[in-house]
Every structure is written in structure tokens, then in C-alpha cells.
Ligand binder design. Sequence first.
Ligand SMILES: C[S@@+](CC[C@H](N)C(=O)[O-])C[C@H]1O[C@@H](n2cnc3c(N)ncnc32)[C@H](O)[C@@H]1O
Ligand code: SF4
Length: 407
Amino acid sequence: MALIIPIQPAGAAPAKHPVRVPAGATLTSLPPLSVYVHVPWCVRKCPYCDFNSHASPQQGIPERAYLDALRADLEQSVPLIWGRQVISVFIGGGTPSLLSAAGLDELLAMLRACLNLLPDAEITMEANPGTAEAGRFRDYAASGVNRLSLGIQSFDDAQLKKLGRIHDAAQARAAIEMAQAAVGRVNLDLMFALPGQDLAACLADVNQALAFGTEHLSMYHLTLEPNTVFAKYPPELPDDDSSAQMQDAVEDALAQAGLQRYEVSAYARPGARSRHNANYWEFGDYLGLGPGAHGKLSFHDRILRQARHRNPESWMTRAMAGDGSHVAESVEVQPDALPFEFMLNALRLKDGVAATLFAERTGLSLAAIAHQLEAATARGLLDPDPTRLRATPLGWRFLNDLQEIFL
Ligand SMILES: C[S@@+](CC[C@H](N)C(=O)[O-])C[C@H]1O[C@@H](n2cnc3c(N)ncnc32)[C@H](O)[C@@H]1O
Ligand code: SF4
């Protein structure tokens, strides 16, 4: 999925321990670079979803115009990452599996032609089970996709209906089999704390996912997002105690099956972690291409955040104009915002990160946040181990409180 990296909320309270940073931090090396490509169309919009996704036009998605605009976007972006190796690509949405096999092949060929894509790069594509076809999955794999991420959500037909999904449980199962036959690595997205769901139903979904011998699961707590149908007409959802119970039971069941929770929502067998998502959490760089895509790019003396225009038509027209106007926002991250941005990501990882990564990725010394580290450790939220930046079990449970210390 497209990870939205939140920045400091407007009107946030002033920090208790101001960050002491020199102006214009310097990076001694550039972080690993990933590429995110956004495909903004879906068969229809799900009532809970606030991603930049739009119901596909009746005549089908404008694939030709999209690929032309993507090429234009890419060509205008290349100077920012010239010569750098790309470790992973994530084609997310929306529903990228609406792309034809030929369209996806063209997309990957243009990335290879313009970028220095490592031969063993992880190339993930998101797919909706309602758009799955065995032949097309095989073609995607032949073009270079080596990881598929399926939006399963639940294996309960009644639940899938409530969620407005375009597929039923039988189609979800068939899609998993097709994906596993086509590529070695498959992630399944499940949601929990669903309308009317109890613990038994939640665990039944998890057990069905495990029955496929799945190597990677993303478990998302259903949230009511503003400006969605569910926000306007909220369904009855399990209370906080029940959903916390589900979270704990899911973690136990998956651990017993050999899938460790390694990030807030991600569980994997050894060796099956997502390299692309790990790069976000380790504060790596990513170029975001396509409507609404976000990017973070480091240079020796600054870190840039970019956001493309969200509306697909507007992004396509602007990208084709070739004047850079498809980039709606391009801002330099101010050094005093870097500690919070770094911690917001790194502390999502259960094992945290090596303490040395902070200086490597932000160009700041750890001494700049000594007060915050002390305060977080004193409150029992941060592990006192000086070699790692890692939340304690308490800190992980109250992750927002821990992250806010670095605001
Ligand atoms: C871009 S979608 C995945 C691919 C495809 N669009 C699909 O839905 O099948 C990413 C995932 O985000 C999760 N998601 C979307 N909206 C959510 C919400 N409001 N609360 C929790 N998870 C959500 C779903 O599990 C979904 O599969
Ligand atoms: S199919 Fe996926 S991206 Fe599209 S509306 Fe549904 S959850 Fe959102």
C-alpha cells in the first residue's frame, strides 16, 4: 500500500525539549532509493477507503494516456536521482491489476530504461482479487513483478459485502492460488475490527490466510477516515477493548504459525519482510511517480519532500506539459523537523533501528535529541540500550505518545 508519511500536525503544541540542530545538516552518504508508482483507478470505490483512488470510467482506464504521462513524470524526475541505484519498486493504488499485461510490461521497461534498477530489486504490485486472472499474473511475473500484494480484507462473504468489495471469498482464495503460482512472494492484506466482527470471526480470517502457507500478512485495524462513505454513515464497530483483544490474539496466532510482527501492521516469516516498506521505515529515499504520489529524496545538504497533483486528469495534463507543474509540492524538510520524521518511521519497527542510522539519515548528531531520548526512556517508552532506537513494549502500545516526544 501507499504509505502516507504524516508531517507535523498544524497547531501542534510547542515541543517541551526543543531540538538543537545546526542549520543545513550534511549527509555523508545517500540512503537506499526506492520507487513508488501510483495507479489511481479501481473498479469502484470502497466505502471505507480514503486512498487517492477513483472509480474507473465505464470505457475502462485511460491506460495509454496514463503510461505517456508516467513516462513524462519519470523523465522529469530523473535529474533528481541521476546515477543512483534503485533497490525496490512498488506499484500501488488504487488497483494496479487493472493494467493490461502489455501496459505493465511497458511500465517496467520504462523504469528499467530510465533508472539504475538493481537486478535483484524487489518489484511489488498490488492486486484486487476481483480483477485477478491467472494468465495476467503470469505475464506480470514474466515482466519482472516478483511480489504480489492482494487486498483480501476478509474471507467472510457477508463481511466482504458490508465492506463494498467487488469480490467474494471464493474469488479471494482463487486469487491467492493464482498469485502464489505466478510469483514466489505474496502478501495478503486483511482488515480487522470490522463491522459486527467478533474475536472468533477475526481469528477465522487469520487462520484461512495461514492455510495458504502465506509468508507475509498486513493486518490493518479498520479506521473510519474523513470524507468516506463510512465516515458519513458509520457502521457499528467493535469497541476498543474488543479490537485490542483481537490485535493481541492475532499477534499470538501468527507468532505460533511462524510469522513475527515486525512493524505495527506487518507480519512475516523469516526472510519474507518487505524490503520496500522497510526502506520507508528506515527513513530511506523514495521517488513517487503518478497522481498524488509522495516522495522523499536526499541530497548531501538537504532532504526534499515532493507530492504530485492528486487528480488523475490534472496530473496527466500537467505531466505532459513537461514543465514540472505536475509536482504540486516540493519542500525542503527543515532540520528541526527531521528528528520527528525519522522517529515517526523508525519506531514503527518492532526492533527499531541502529542508533547510528539517525545521524546517517538525518545528518544530525544524536546529541541534538538527547533531552527527548532521556525523557522517553524515563517514561519507560524507549529502550535504554544506547546502540538502538527501539520502543519498549509499553512505548509500542502508546506509539503516538512516544513519537510526539520528538515533535
Ligand atoms: C491500496 S489498497 C490494496 C489493493 C487494492 N486496492 C485492494 O483494495 O484490493 C491497500 C490496503 O489498505 C487497507 N485499507 C484501506 N482503507 C483502509 C481503512 N480505512 N482502514 C484500514 N485499512 C484500510 C486495505 O487492507 C487495502 O487492501
Ligand atoms: S479497491 Fe483498494 S484502493 Fe480501491 S477503493 Fe477499495 S480499498 Fe481503496
